[in-house]
Structure formats: C-alpha cells, structure tokens
Ligand binder design. Sequence first.
Ligand SMILES: *Cc1c(COP(=O)(O)O)cnc(C)c1O
Length: 366
Amino acid sequence: MARPLRADIDLDALCHNYRLARDLAPTSRSLAVLKADAYGHGLVPCARALEGLAPAFAVACLEEAEALREGGITAPIVLLEGIFSADELARVEALKLGTVVHSDWQVEALLSHRPAEPIPTWVKVDSGMHRLGFAPERAASVWARLSAAPAQACDLHLMSHFATADHADTAYFEHQMRTLNALAETLNAPTCLANSPATLARPESHGAWNRPGVMLYGSDPLEASNSASRELEPVMTLRSQLIAVRDLDEGEPVGYGGRWRAPRPSRIGVVACGYGDGYDRHAIDGTPALVAGRRTTLVGKVSMDMLTVDLTDIPEADIGSEVVLWGRAANGEVLSVDEVARHCDTISYTLLTGVLPRVPRRYHSG
Ligand SMILES: *Cc1c(COP(=O)(O)O)cnc(C)c1O
C-alpha cells in the first residue's frame, strides 16, 4: 500500500463557493482567481470545474495563463500583475489574455505594441494598499491615454485592491472606497475592486467585476465571520492515516526536543504527514486534527514526514484510522483550515498554497 497522505479536492464544493460569490453580487461578474496553482488545489482541474460557471479567470503571470490555455481553457484570462517585460505582450496577444497595467513602463509597452486585436486592459490604481498601481491623481491621465488608443487597449476597467476588507474595523476600507468612488465617477469607469472579504461583507464595493480568491476554496477570510461566509464549504481535505500507536506514561516526552510531555498516561498516534509535505512546522501543541472523525490535537513538534496526535480520548483509533489535518472527515465532521492556520501563526493561504507536490491531489465531483 502507498503512503496514505493525499489532498482530496472537492470540485462540487469549489462550484458551490463560486455560486455563493456570484449570488452575493448579482449585478457583478466574478473573476475566479486561480493564481498559485489555484491556491494549491490544481490550476487546470479547478478551471475545468469552473468553466461554464465563471465568465473569466485571473492569474498572477503569463506562465499560469499558458498552463490554462494548454489545459484547453478558452475563457478570458486576466494577468493580475500584468506583464513583467515588454516582450511578453506578444504572448499576451497570441493567448488572447487581458492584462493589468500598474506602472508607466507597462502603459508605454502596450501603447507601442501593435496587436492585431486590442488587449482588454485593467488600470490598477493605488487607493491605499501602497503596493501596485497608479496614484489616484495620475489615474485620469493614464485612463485618457489608453482610451485614446482603441487599437491597443479595449474594455478598460478601473482596478484596485483593499488592504483591510477582512477587518471588522472598516475605517481604512471606507477611506479606500471614497477615493475609488470619486475616481470611478470622474472617469465614468467600470470597476473591479472586491476580493473575497469584500465580496462577502462589503456589497458597496461590488463593481462590474469582483475578484474572489480564497473564498472559492472554502476559507473564510473575515475577521468576524458572517452568514454568507459560514456557507462556504471546504474544498481541500488533507487526509492521512495513523501508521503507529504507542502508550506513554505520565511525564514521557514526544518527538524532537521533547516539547510535549504527557500530562497523564497517554495514547499517541503517529500520522503520515509532516513539513516535508507542506504541513506547517510552526503548529503548536493543541493544533486541532480529526482522527476517525473526532477532534483531537497535535502533541509534539512536527517532523519532516510525520506528526503526532493525542489518542487518549479516542480509544477506537488505531493503525489505519483516518486522520484529517484540515477539511472534511469521512463522517462529515469539518475542521477548517482557518482554525489550523491560527494555531500555526499564519493564514489559510500559506497552508493551502504550501501543500507540496509529493502530496497527490485526488479530484472528486458528482
Ligand atoms: C489574490 C488576489 C485577489 C484574491 O484575493 P483573495 O483574498 O484570495 O480573495 C484579488 N485581487 C488581486 C489583485 C489579487 O492579487
């Protein structure tokens, strides 16, 4: 038998979450964000599952768009960071991609390119994230130049990104919205603003297009969950098995450095999953896991290929029992990746994108 660790990907849950994003914003269209190998879920299988549901996809770079086209995806694709060098425009054109422009050199490159068909263009404005985009006071001149070049750029949209849409405190989000509303009105521009938290909780930001990402994969990005975010379903289940079980006396340690010591006579299970699979080594004692569909906790440091869990209160658990590190157990019990992330001092995004290639992905639907 092979090593039991795998990532089960529930494509029906992916579609459910996309429909939720769509239904929350009935007057917007929603780009499905598929960057970083669909947040670790597998780029082409996720795109195929969403084709016919999502009118367009968004990725971080040309290589990801090429992989989608090679996978047979014909829907519109947007490059969220645009081109990284002027020579990429030929491929953008050949693959019929849309592109973001966030810097002057990208605008110059686009305007000096002579495409057979104009390229759908998304003008990125920095409304307060202070990462990519034109300062608001420069947006009008960029917009005017691109508007005056219909042979190069078409379908102009105003794009911006929120720094704090997930926060319960909305002050900075509202500051960004005021900037964007003023700009969109001046330019009479259709907008594309909302990421997952804004899609879920800030309907005033919904534009011609939204850009839900992590919510599609079932992670709740909101600091304070709401009725919509509670409807999200986990897409990835990181699933393994117990490969050994042992009994410890009170006071005996487990694993490297003996970080955890049994506070009582304990039964310990060894799970085939470790940081060499992408499971976060920062996981503290007390990080939740599901064994045979019941909640328990990690005890001791995560090793490269293994980690250890407390089975003392799960007497039915034995070698071969199912272990879910996050996702949905066979009995339907759910452990959210967000909860695991909090115990690793990180966010779901890093756990999901961090599952390494040695973990086989298995796709399920229907
Ligand atoms: C990744 C990304 C998104 C999606 O963000 P989520 O928080 O995952 O919803 C949206 N827009 C841009 C520009 C991004 O880079």
